[in-house]
Every structure is written in C-alpha cells, then in structure tokens.
Write a protein that binds this ligand. Structure first.
Ligand code: CU1
Length: 547
C-alpha cells in the first residue's frame, strides 16, 4: 500500500537530510570562530571561502532547503495515511519533486561557489548571482505543486466522503500548505519584480525597503510553515506515542485555523527599525503578533494535557509525577518532548522580539540567533529528527539501528542547544554583541573580556551539538541501509481524541477562515505596499562578495 507515496517521501526526506548535513556541520565552526579558533582558512580546502560563505550555507541549507524538502515529504506521507488513500495524481507528484530538485541544483551552483554569499535572508542591496534567485523561486514553485497535489487528493476524498470531517492530521497538513500559498506571494513578487531582473542587469538598481518588506511578508509566515508540521506531529501523533489521547481535538483544529488567519499579516515585526515604514503599521503588526501567540498558548496547553493523559494512564500520580512515566526510552518521543521544552523558551524570547520597544534593545544582536536556534533550530529541526526516528525505519523497512545512540543524540542536542542559545541570548541582551558577524576578527571585539565566558559557553554548546549531529547521521545512515529488516511493520502513530464530542461544523469549513486570512493580509499590507510603491526608487547598487 502507498508504495509510490512512500518512495516520494523517502526522496524528499533523503534530500532534506543530505543537504542539512552540509549546512548543519558548518554551525559549530561559527561558535569556534567567535571563541578565537578560526578554522576558516582550513575550510578553504573544502571550498568554503569565508565565514560569511559558511554562514550563508548554514542558513540556506538548514532553514530553507532542509525544512522545505522535509515538509513536502512528510505531508505526502501524512495526507495519504490520514485520508487513507493514495495521491489522486501520483505521476504529478513525481514531476513536483523533479521541479524542486531542479530548483535546488540551480541554487546550489552559485551557493557552493561563493556567488551567493548573501545569507539566508538575501537582503538587497546584497546581490547574488541570478541563478540563486531563480533556483530558489523554482523550489518554491515545486513546493506549491506538492501542495496543489495534496489538495487534489483531498478533493477526491471529499467527493467520496461528503459528510465526514477531515481527519486532524490531514487537515493540519493541508492548512499549512494553503497558508504557504498565501505567504509566498511576497517573496514571489520580490524575486520576479526586483531580485531576478536586478541581478540580470535589467533594472538600474533596486529598492531595498520594498524588497525587505516583500521578503518579510513571506519571512515571518515561513516560521509557521516550519512549525505547523511539528504541530501536526505534536497534536496528531505524539500523544499516541506517549500512550495518551488528544485532550481537545476541536481546540487543535481551532488553533490550526487561527494560524491560517494570523501567520501572514505580522511580518513587519521584523522591520521595527526600518525607516521607510510608517509607525502605525508597525504598531498594527505588533498587536497582531501578540494575537498569534494565542494559538501557540492553546497548543502548549492542549499538547501538555494530552501527554499528561498518557503519563497518568501509565500510573503517574501527583502534579508532576506523570512526567516521569512518559516513554523517555523512546527516542522519537524524547526528541520531540525536549524540542517542545526548549521551544517554550523560544516562544518567550519571541514575545520579547515582538514587543515594539524592547525589540530595539535586541535588534540585530546575538539574541536573535539565540532565539531562532530555540525555535527553528530546535522546536522544528529537533522535532523533525524525532519524527525521522520512526519515519525513516518505516520507509526503509528496517529497524532503527541503535535506540541508545538516538537517545544520546537527543540528550546532547538538549544540553548543547541550551548552552549555546543561553550564551547567545546573554551576549545580545546584556552586551549588544552583533549577530551575523565574524566576532573573532572584528576589531571592536578585541579586549571585550566581559563577553568571554558567554562566547566560551556558546562554543562549548556548539561542540556538544557537533557530537549530536554525528550521532544523528550515523544512526540515520545505518538505519536506512544496514540495520535489521523490520519484522512487524511500523504504522503512522495516530492519536485518538480524549472524549468523543465531534468538532463543530465551523471547524471543518475553509471559506470563513480563508476570507479572514485574505482580509487581514489586505488590511495589514495593502496600504504599506501602496505607500512603498508610490515612493519606488530603483537607485541602490548591488553589493556582492565584499568579504
Ligand atoms: Cu517573525
């Protein structure tokens, strides 16, 4: 059953982890550089030309390539299994995968050759080779195609099941892909109207303010594109893995719909210090950002309550005793539970970032990478690793190679990331240490002895994370090719609702939520984009490879 879907998922996820291996291994070198151990001259032997070249590969491969390929693969799996039917157009999904791979290969050429050292946000006036922008655009188009294919499949299912409520796992997956369609309008416009013609020499210059605004139109909901697949797992699968049930399934559905409505119209919280955006719009996006914290709190409450059901079913007593009864010997559960714990802290630092005035203290400081390593680097990536601990064995038809190695990987990620992000948060908040920078060679960093303990903490964390990365890859490679064949097949874990109150009908209707989403996008961005277009100035030259 689902042979084609499983093969597609295996390719998506295999490509995701392959490219992640390059990006993730470059991370620890940055922390060592800050601590005075500059290995970038040695990295030239493998083609990494500079700190910034390595930093760009780290960001693009981890945050853009790994996430996108993992998500499209994971959702091909979840939608097929949750709806209980194969893809409506199987060959079309092969074509979508090929489109994504072609885009990735086009992106990879300038990226690996130091022709696109513009970091993963590719802020103009930093200017990359046109192939970088063209390739990334094609990857996004391929991801749209996957999303359309999933919707076609759902449409066929709906026709056969007109009265049935869409299963939660399929619904969460589909809402994520629809949100992604809306979210990527911004970066599509940035690429097609500004970056691509500009890098081809067809425009006299670019307008960085407009480009950045279009980027963050996509750049903020991008974090929900990363996160919602994790929520699909935390709501739909993790309670089952913990022996529990979903505390409130209707509440889970409600949270997904709220994310559809609130993910996009808040991107300007990344632009509080941009001079070209009127203050009132910054305030509106700030308020809406606090609104999107609401479904995150619902999720925290609902997921923890669902796990508590499992802990109590296993005999856990008292306020906290149930926690110890959770399946801490299962690496898939443990990685995702740890990811959730660190992610909660990342949510709190996210509230700090979202606060208009407090943001000024941490903007462009090391606090920000501290925050994003707790969110995308842990809440998301660590959860994807946890999912891989059951999904890769399932797809390979082999047992997880070594459960203890996987548990050691989870513990080292927890400890390494706690140290590294703590160091970065303090460096940014207390000392204003800038983000993105090669601190080891920065003249202003010389003699800053107060920074030293936290820079060392960061480097120790980075080194522990390196150990974790090695443990992860040894296990995944061994599981995929060398481990023992499965004797009993692995099924996708599907959590049942705790009580059998069905979700109300308004939680299974697309129209009101889509209308709300589009209305808020128009309200929050329409006037800003019109304002920026009325002042369009294609005057900025491009800067490339200054390092
Ligand atoms: Cu954001």
């Amino acid at each position: 059953m689902y042979k084609h879907e499983h093969r597609l998922t295996a390719w998506h996820i295999g490509i995701a982890f392959t490219f992640l291996s390059i990006g993730i291994l470059l991370g620890p070198f940055q922390t060592w550089e800050h601590a005075g151990l500059n290995l970038y001259p040695q990295l030239k032997a493998v083609g990494i030309q500079s700190y910034y070249h390595g930093l760009t590969l780290h960001g693009v491969l981890n945050a853009l390539v790994f996430t996108t390929f993992f998500i499209t693969g994971f959702f091909t799996f979840t939608v097929a299994h949750s709806l209980g039917r194969p893809m409506r157009f199987p060959r079309y999904h092969t074509v979508s995968l090929i489109v994504m791979v072609v885009g990735l290969l086009i992106t990879a050429v300038p990226l690996l050759l130091n022709g696109a050292t513009v970091l993963y946000t590719f802020y103009p006036p930093l200017k990359a080779d046109p192939l970088f922008y063209i390739g990334l655009t094609i990857v996004v188009i391929g991801s749209w195609m996957v999303g359309w294919g999933l919707l076609f499949t759902w449409g066929a299912w709906r026709k056969d099941n007109p009265k049935t409520q869409t299963p939660l796992i399929a619904l969460g997956s589909l809402i994520t892909m629809v949100m992604w369609q809306i979210a990527t309008i911004g970066v599509a416009l940035e690429m097609l109207l500004l970056n691509i013609p500009w890098s081809l020499g067809l425009l006299p210059g670019t307008d960085p303010q407009l480009a950045r605004t279009l980027f963050w139109f996509t750049g903020h909901p991008l974090v929900y594109f990363w996160l919602l697949p994790v929520y699909v797992s935390w709501y739909g699968m993790l309670p089952k893995q913990a022996g529990g049930k979903i505390f409130s399934e209707p509440l889970a559905r409600f949270a997904f719909w709220l994310f559809l409505v609130l993910s996009v119209p808040i991107g300007i919280h990344h632009q509080y210090v941009d001079p070209g955006i009127p203050a009132g719009w910054k305030a509106l996006h700030s308020i809406l950002t606090f609104a999107v914290f609401f479904p995150s709190l619902l999720t925290l409450f609902n997921v923890v309550a669902s796990l508590e059901i499992g802990g109590r079913a296993a005999g856990g007593k008292g306020w906290f005793g149930w926690i110890f009864k959770l399946p801490w010997g299962d690496p898939s559960f443990t990685a995702q539970a740890f990811a959730g714990m660190l992610f909660a802290l990342g949510g709190i630092s996210g509230l700090t970032n979202a606060s208009y005035n407090i943001n000024l203290a941490v903007h462009n400081t090391a606090w920000i990478p501290g925050h994003l390593h707790l969110t995308v680097g842990t809440g998301v990536a660590f959860s994807f690793m946890g999912i891989a601990y059951w999904l890769v064995p399932k797809l390979a038809g082999r047992e997880l190679w070594n459960r203890k190695v996987a548990l050691a990987q989870a513990w080292t990620w927890l400890i390494g990331m706690a140290l590294m992000s703590n160091g970065l948060h303090i460096l940014g908040l207390r000392y204003g240490v800038p983000r993105r920078s090669a601190l080891g060679i920065a003249p202003y960093a010389a003699g800053m002895t107060e920074w030293t303990p936290f820079i060392i903490e960061t480097a120790v964390g980075g080194t522990i994370l390196l150990i974790s990365i090695v443990l992860l890859y040894v296990n995944l490679v061994a599981t995929a090719w060398f481990s023992r064949r499965l004797t009993t097949p692995i099924e996708m874990p599907v959590a049942e609702p705790w009580d059998d109150h069905p979700a109300p009908a308004w939680l299974d209707q697309w129209r009101p939520w889509l209308a709300g989403s589009l209305a808020l996008v128009l309200l929050s961005y329409g006037p800003v984009v019109v304002y920026l277009l009325s002042r369009l100035a294609l005057t900025s030259p491009g800067f490339s490879n200054l390092w």
